[in-house]
Structure formats: structure tokens, C-alpha cells
Design a protein around this ligand. Structure first.
Ligand SMILES: Cc1cc2nc3c(=O)[nH]c(=O)nc-3n(C[C@H](O)[C@H](O)[C@H](O)COP(=O)(O)O)c2cc1C
Length: 351
């Protein structure tokens, strides 16, 4: 029998195991990417919250420590997006992931540079759209997943997309262990992509007090809110999120302006650059200016919880899977456990 774990994801990117450590703003730092890649996964740097010089430094840091392949995540609406694309191409990382705003020219540039494109989608129509744009693979995230997420569960969305789309598909949303990997492969996926599970690893930079909040969260406390930035986003229901859920549109607008000013300070973007990125968001999507402002600013709320270690004052983006995670392993331990459990489960099914 051929090795069931050597999938198109391993074949095309050179990673040892069919496991992606997804990009998470402020969490997927070089240290986490180095640890996940050295353990055999394909790690993605969180380029969507980095300035171009920060991304250059982050890529250099990973390359200085490991030869393992890794990827970069970004989105077309972030300040400096064009420069970010140039850096990714110049640095020839193994793969790139993105959510909103891809276009065929950009995808063709990555392809010509030999960089694999693996966008994340949360709906069937978006899978069709990115496939038509010519991407190499798709990461399909079901509604259980952390951060921005769709309304259809992985168990329904994954087979739907596998049936209709003819390129390799990686399963995301709710995965955290070996039986999840075995199940995803049985569905026909080329691997699994995990965010929350890697956030709760030793090498993740999230402060211990915030990690404890994740460990103590129950599945039913990890809700979807559209009031953080106007798009459905899954996060742990804490005091801050409760307030946002109950606040008026006027208060949310005020909140977005405050966070937007913090974002400006943090990224060093000029008012013009910020306005340009807001304009491109509204032009390329159905967002209103308020939504675009909230979307641009929401990473700052996440930052408060997961960088500054003030979990009650910020947003803890999280997948529902946090409700069943009870320990903080190293990336090496996590991946070894997943691989041995998945092997045992597949072996037992094969008799
Ligand atoms: C704290 C956090 C931050 C995230 N930030 C990003 C991001 O910057 N870019 C992105 O494409 N996805 C982001 N996501 C989504 C993840 O990359 C991934 O798709 C998702 O976590 C998968 O679901 P899971 O958490 O159930 O594994 C984030 C998720 C979390 C939990």
C-alpha cells in the first residue's frame, strides 16, 4: 500500500507530513513557524499583520534556522500589499495563502515564481472562484474554524468542495488530532490545516494567561460574531466580545476608529496608505466604509489579548476545537502524536 500520508501537499511543497500550521495574526511568528516546520508540518508566517520590512526580517529569521519549506499569508487589502507580494516572490518561499482579494495576475506571478498558491475559502462559491483564478490548492475551512469563518461545518463543506473542484484540497476548521487527520484523508483531502491547535503549543508566543483562557473555554463559549469587524468571526465569548455584541453601531464605529489609530501607529502606515487600503477593500468587496474600517482595525483587538496578554480587554479569535484542548505540547510532540494516532487508526481500519 502506498504511504497514505505522502499526499499532494507533501509532494508539491516538500513538507514531511500533510499538516499545515496556518497563519494567525500575531501568533504565527518565526519561532512558531520554525518549530512547526522542523517537526515536519508546513508553517505559514502571519504576513497579514506585518509591514514589508517586518516580513523580510521574519523570512530571514526562519531561513537562518531551517531549510524546511514554509509559507507566507497576506491579504491584498493590507497596507504595502504590493511590496509584500514582491518580497514573497523574491524570497521564493514554498507557498502562499490569502483570503480576500486575490486576482488572476497575482496568482500567475506566484505560479511563474514556483510558489504554490493555497487560499483559504469558507464557502463553495468561493472555492469555484479561486479555482477559476488558477490557484494550485484550496484550504477549505468549515464553520468550526477560528478567526473569519463561514456558516457551513467542515463535515458538510469539505465533501461538497471535493466533489466539485478538481484540485487538491486541504481540510481546515476543527482539527487537532490524529483521528482528524485520518478522517480528512478518508474524505479525500490532501491534509489538514490547524490554527487554534498550534496557538496552544509551547512555541506559540501567546502569553500564558491568555493561553489559560483558551484552555478553559468550552466549545459553546466559542461563538461567531459579525460585530467585531462586520464579517462572521469565531472567538471566545469574553467580557470584551459581550460588550461588542451588545453595543450600538455608533459605539462600534468609535471602537473601530480607536483601533484604526492604533493600527496606524503599529504598522507605521501613513493616513494616505490606510485610506488607500480601506478604499481597495470597499471597491473589491461588498463592504461599507465602516465595515472596512472595522476589518482593518480588528487585528488590533486580537493583538490586545494575544500579544499584550490582556485577554479580557481584547478579542481571542479561536476555533471551537479549543473546547477540547487540554494541554500545551511542543510542536514536535503534537505532530508526533498526530502522526502516530492517525497511523494506528488507519491500520486498525485496514484490519
Ligand atoms: C488567533 C487567530 C488568528 C488568525 N489570523 C489569521 C490571519 O491573520 N490570516 C488568515 O488567513 N487566517 C487567520 N486565522 C484563521 C486560521 O489561519 C485558520 O484558518 C483557522 O484557525 C483554522 O481553524 P481551527 O482554528 O479550527 O484550526 C486566524 C485564526 C486564529 C485562531
Amino acid at each position: 500500500m502506498a504511504d497514505p500520508f505522502h499526499t499532494a501537499l507533501c509532494e508539491r511543497t516538500g513538507c514531511r507530513y500533510p499538516i499545515i500550521q496556518t497563519a494567525m495574526g500575531w501568533v504565527a511568528t518565526p519561532d512558531l513557524v520554525i518549530a512547526s516546520c522542523q517537526a515536519g508540518a508546513l508553517g505559514f508566517l502571519a504576513g497579514a499583520v506585518m509591514t514589508p520590512p517586518e516580513l523580510t526580517t521574519a523570512i530571514a529569521r526562519v531561513k537562518a534556522v531551517t531549510n524546511a519549506p514554509f509559507g507566507v499569508n497576506f491579504h491584498m487589502f493590507q497596507p504595502g500589499a504590493e511590496e509584500i507580494v514582491d518580497i514573497i516572490i523574491r524570497e521564493k518561499v514554498a507557498a502562499v495563502s490569502f483570503g480576500r482579494g486575490p486576482n488572476a495576475d497575482m496568482i500567475a506571478r506566484f505560479r511563474d515564481a514556483g510558489i504554490l498558491t493555497i487560499p483559504t475559502v469558507g464557502a463553495l462559491k468561493h472555492a469555484h472562484k479561486v479555482a477559476e483564478l488558477g490557484v494550485d490548492m484550496i484550504s477549505v475551512q468549515g464553520g468550526e474554524g477560528g478567526g473569519h469563518t463561514g456558516g457551513v461545518a467542515t463535515t458538510v463543506l469539505l465533501p461538497q468542495i471535493l466533489d466539485e473542484i478538481d484540485i487538491p484540497v486541504v481540510a481546515a476548521g476543527g482539527f487537532g488530532d490524529g483521528r482528524g487527520l485520518a478522517a480528512a484523508l478518508a474524505y479525500g483531502a490532501a491534509g489538514i490545516a490547524m490554527g487554534t491547535r498550534f496557538l496552544l503549543c509551547k512555541e506559540s508566543p501567546v502569553p500564558p494567561g491568555t493561553k489559560d483562557k483558551y484552555l478553559n473555554a468550552r466549545g459553546e463559549d466559542i461563538i461567531v460574531s459579525s460585530k467585531i469587524d462586520g464579517l462572521p468571526q469565531r472567538a471566545i465569548l469574553n467580557e470584551k466580545l459581550r460588550k461588542i455584541e451588545q453595543s450600538s453601531p455608533l459605539l462600534r464605529w468609535r471602537e473601530a476608529i480607536i483601533a484604526g489609530l492604533e493600527l496606524k501607529k503599529q504598522t507605521g502606515a501613513s493616513s494616505l496608505e490606510l485610506l488607500r487600503s480601506l478604499r481597495s477593500m470597499t471597491a473589491q468587496s461588498e463592504m461599507t466604509l465602516t465595515q472596512a474600517m472595522m476589518a482593518a482595525a480588528s487585528p488590533m483587538l486580537i493583538r490586545k489579548a494575544i500579544v499584550e496578554g490582556k485577554p479580557e480587554q481584547g478579542i481571542m479569535a479561536s476555533g471551537q476545537v479549543a473546547g477540547r484542548i487540554e494541554e500545551i505540547p511542543s510542536c514536535q510532540e503534537l505532530i508526533e502524536n498526530i502522526m502516530s494516532d492517525a497511523s494506528a487508526r488507519i491500520a486498525s481500519l485496514c484490519g
